[in-house]
Ligand binder design. Structure first.
Ligand code: ARG
Length: 458
């Protein structure tokens, strides 16, 4: 005889290989809190509506509470033989309460149960991830505040382009991270709908009160179609997308830190506690953390892809394919949290080599645009000013010098519009300080960006 809870129809014991293949307890047990809380709300509703006896409902709630406590304390271990967390909790309840325990699953299916649990679980995780992102933004603001005047080259095509400050660069990432928070908040909003009552797919004939369960569990509304309630995982996909985009930002940032800590740049040095050595090359100090973040970003994209492909061909409503949602989304969550946990202290402890940044900014003619702008302000059309400056740059390269070291005569050789004022106009400090348009690198403009970011993480 089949000894499964759903035994009845089946005359045979399920092959042990199928059992193992089918089982999800090894990974869905992490949702035990959400599963038990969902069951407590369901039991309360069953009692209040008279679907089951009020006294039995109270016994069930008490039994579930003791199971929760026992799992929390370690007194109760998950049974690896259980099919999934839902079956485990229910059979433990029945062990403890006898027949009363068997009444819990009235007017419910594992399909709406798992749809509930995963939503609750992901909501809890979003509530942990957002504060971590905020912490990172806070660290960026701290670094920026101390580096409003730290001039560095800004790049396009990884070629020195125009002067910016380290603060400006940090606050660019803060903006990306603020949008990341917005994406998690949006995801949260859409997953905040309570699916219990959808049943297996076609709701139920019992006079359930879905709104009561919704209120008890703190959802803002109920799902509006029972087929949809049990069968979409778009909220998992949205969350994996939000995580992927966040990882993409962390990965770009990591790539820059890798570049900046190379001898070729030497803009920064990671604290010894956040760098690693080589087993053979004694001189090495490697930015492994950032490389791992860059590498793990691909893995998270893989999780997103798993979910997208898993869903694309499944007919309504529930299909067992959907059990695969958990390992993918859990892996994405674990990975991004792990990355943030290491990235934040790594960033806050790194040393900046401001002189190297400044020296890099002083080479590469990043004040050439400003030289052209200077001529425009003197009345020249921009295209002419551009050409004159280009010719001056070529002259400098040929003579191994920089614009600010040319004599006034050399400048005037190309245009008699040049006067002593050019030296101030092309000074790096001037180039930065004059870019005070909102969003620009001038210290006063960056201060506003810091203020904006600090407000966003309040
Ligand atoms: N472990 C299952 C899952 O994660 C629970 C739902 C099972 N439903 C079913 N009809 N077999 O998807």
């Amino acid at each position: 005889m089949n000894n499964k809870m759903w035994a009845g129809r089946s005359s045979k014991e399920v092959d042990s290989r199928v059992n193992d293949f089918n089982s999800s307890i090894s990974f869905d047990s992490r949702m035990y809190r959400q599963d038990i809380k969902g069951s407590m709300a369901h039991a309360e509703m069953l009692g209040d509506t008279g679907i089951i006896d009020k006294a039995e409902s109270e016994k069930i709630i008490g039994g579930l509470k003791s199971i929760l406590e026992d799992i929390d304390s370690g007194a109760l271990q998950f049974d690896p033989e259980a099919e999934d967390i839902h079956m485990f909790v229910e059979s433990e309840l029945t062990k403890r309460l006898g027949d009363t325990g068997k009444r819990l699953h009235t007017a419910r299916s594992r399909n709406d149960q798992v749809a509930l649990d995963i939503r609750m679980y992901l909501k809890d995780e979003i509530n942990e991830i957002i504060p971590m992102i905020k912490e990172l933004i806070g660290v960026l603001c701290d670094i920026a505040e101390k580096n409003l005047d730290t001039i560095m080259p800004g790049y396009t095509h990884l070629q020195r382009a125009q002067p910016i400050t380290f603060a400006h660069h940090m606050m660019a990432y803060a903006q990306m991270l603020i949008r990341d928070i917005g994406r998690f908040e949006d995801t949260y909003k859409r997953m905040n709908k309570m699916p219990l009552g959808s049943g297996a797919l076609a709701s139920t004939t019992y006079p359930i009160d879905r709104r009561q369960v919704c209120g008890l569990l703190g959802f803002d509304d109920i799902t509006m179609n029972s087929l949809d309630g049990v069968s979409d995982r778009d909220f998992c996909i949205e969350m994996a997308s939000a995580i992927s985009i966040l990882m993409m930002h962390l990965s770009r940032f990591s790539e820059e830190i890798i570049l900046w800590s190379s001898w070729e740049f030497k803009f920064i040095e990671l604290d010894d506690a956040y760098a690693t050595g080589s087993s053979i090359m004694p001189q090495k100090k490697n930015p492994d953390v950032t490389e791992l973040i860059r590498g793990k970003t691909g893995r998270v994209y893989g999780d997103l892809n798993t979910l997208l492909v898993m869903m694309k061909g499944t007919p309504l409503a529930y299909n067992k394919d959907m059990q695969e949602d958990k390992e993918a989304i859990f892996d994405a969550i674990d990975t991004v949290k792990l990355c943030l946990t290491t990235f934040i202290p790594m960033l806050s402890t790194m040393t900046l080599y401001k002189d190297n940044m400044k020296n890099a900014a002083a080479r590469g003619f990043i004040n050439a645009t400003d030289c052209a702008d200077y001529l425009v302000k003197k009345g020249l059309p921009f295209r002419d000013a551009y050409k004159i400056t280009g010719t001056l740059v070529a002259y400098c390269i040929k003579n191994d010098t920089v614009l600010e070291k040319l004599s006034l005569d050399e400048f005037r050789e190309l245009s008699d519009v040049f006067d002593e004022g050019v030296y101030d106009a092309i000074k790096l400090e001037t180039c930065v300080n004059m870019r005070k348009a909102e969003g620009g690198p001038a210290p006063e403009a960056v201060m506003k960006q810091i203020e904006y970011a600090r407000n966003a993480i309040k």
